[in-house]
Design a protein around this ligand. Structure first.
Ligand SMILES: [Zn+2]
Length: 430
């Protein structure tokens, strides 16, 4: 059943309460991880009123799930059913924690994620006659696996781009007249760069939209503008993660934000202490999933920095919208010269300069005053004084100093999945 995106607030809230009730009654007692968590917090799920007492439900973090999996290898105890019910295994990339988090799904949980994708594709204006190209490796990372299955169910022609070079992918998507491309924002830019080098005219291709996910960027104006110019196509931002599956997409009518599929999840935005913010405040996204009951999330701190737009969306949908999409990661926040600073602000700023082909931001907190250094790889036609101009523009616009250094063409890595352009050098407290 495809989730509804035309639901009103009152009906939505009634549905959310019913689904939270189901979760507390049917799933929590059967799930060893959550049952133990509730017991440790002194909360009896059977006696909990989801309206009045939801704030008493303990938070879960990725560190909790990783620790559980380490103590109970190989899959942990956060699964609701016996092992024979599960038919899919995926895992996170493990780049931020050093260890991948393994994730199992039942056939029902998998289908629930496909249902979500079908609703998201509809909100994004994708039709059965579209041809979707997935510039994705189809390895153990969950990524676009569910999007591929869901689009095929919708009747779209689905083209896998696994195991190909960037040039081969470009030729393949053009030869097969793809109309929609799915990839990370970083890789969308990389493909556009390769196309220019190969003399391929992407704006003349049949691609009309790109669905981008996996990192901030799809809702950042400078990044969007570069992708849209390189492809001659519309960007649609999307968010999902291995732990929650697909949950958000940009609507056709209002760019630069993500509607959350709230029939399928409860979304809260909290401050670092866990207090829930009203809409309009920037904080960490906390998610509870309703129908992925084989491996549910209950008050999961995603680490994603978001802000719910309190204004109604132009499209008329009542589903809440994250203005600016995923704005960054909560744990990337640093203090530079006494000011709270999020590197995503600097990333968004750098993306506005077409002369910047690639960059890397190094935040060095090992010295008395935290310093910022930016390595910039200029495009072939960039002016010789680019470093000085960037330095001046950063001071004028962002009001702090960063050391800007130009590096030779090709010196910085290119990324196929999530980019790692921010290097944190942290003090050693041992
Ligand atoms: Zn909208």
């Amino acid at each position: 059943m495809t989730p509804r995106d035309d639901i009103g607030r009152d009906e939505l809230q009634a549905m959310q309460l019913a689904r939270l009730g189901d979760l507390l009654r049917d799933v929590v007692p059967a799930n060893r991880f959550y049952a133990a968590k509730f017991t440790a917090a002194g909360v009896n799920p059977a006696a909990l009123d989801p309206v009045r007492d939801w704030h008493r439900v303990p938070f879960t973090s990725k560190a909790d799930l990783l620790a559980d999996q380490q103590h109970h290898p190989p899959h942990g105890t956060f699964h609701t059913y016996s092992a024979d019910r599960y038919c899919r295994l995926h895992q996170t990339s493990g780049t931020t924690t050093g260890r991948p988090l393994r994730w199992l799904d039942t056939a029902e949980s998998w289908q629930a994620m496909l249902d979500n994708w079908r609703a998201l594709l509809r909100i994004g204006g994708i039709r059965s006659e579209d041809r979707l190209f997935f510039a994705f490796s189809f390895g153990p990372f969950l990524g676009f696996w569910t999007a591929f299955d869901a689009a095929a169910q919708l009747g779209c022609l689905c083209l896998s781009g696994g195991g190909m070079s960037s040039t081969a992918r470009l030729r393949f998507l053009i030869d097969n007249a793809a109309t929609v491309v799915l990839c990370t924002p970083t890789y969308a830019l990389r493909l556009a760069e390769v196309a220019r080098q190969e003399g391929i005219d992407l704006p003349a291709s049949s691609v009309r939209a790109l669905i981008v996910a996996g990192e901030p960027g799809g809702s950042v104006p400078g990044t969007r503008a570069r992708i849209e110019a390189g492809w001659g196509a519309r960007v649609l931002d999307h968010n999902g993660m291995t732990e929650c599956g697909p949950i958000g997409i940009e609507c056709h009518e209002q760019p630069g934000g993500l509607h959350l599929l709230e029939t399928e999840c409860l979304a809260e935005v909290v401050d670092p202490g866990g207090q829930v913010f009203p809409d309009g405040s920037e904080g960490e996204l906390v998610l509870t999933t309703f129908r992925r009951s084989g491996s549910p999330l209950i008050r999961y701190r995603t680490g994603d920095l978001v802000c719910v737009d309190p204004r109604p969306c132009r499209c008329g949908r009542a589903l809440r919208r994250l203005d600016g999409g995923i704005r960054g990661r909560v744990d990337d926040m640093v203090i530079v010269r006494g000011n709270n600073f999020h590197p995503s602000v600097l990333q968004a700023f750098l993306q506005r300069f077409p002369e910047v082909a690639e960059y890397r931001i190094e935040i060095d907190a090992t010295v008395a005053l935290t310093t910022l250094r930016i390595d910039v790889e200029p495009t072939a036609d960039a002016p010789a004084d680019l470093a000085r101009r960037l330095d001046q523009a950063i001071r004028d616009t962002l009001l702090f100093r960063a050391e800007v250094r130009l590096v030779p063409t090709g010196a910085l890595p290119r990324f196929e999945m999530k980019a790692h352009r921010i290097v944190h050098k942290k003090p050693n407290h041992d």
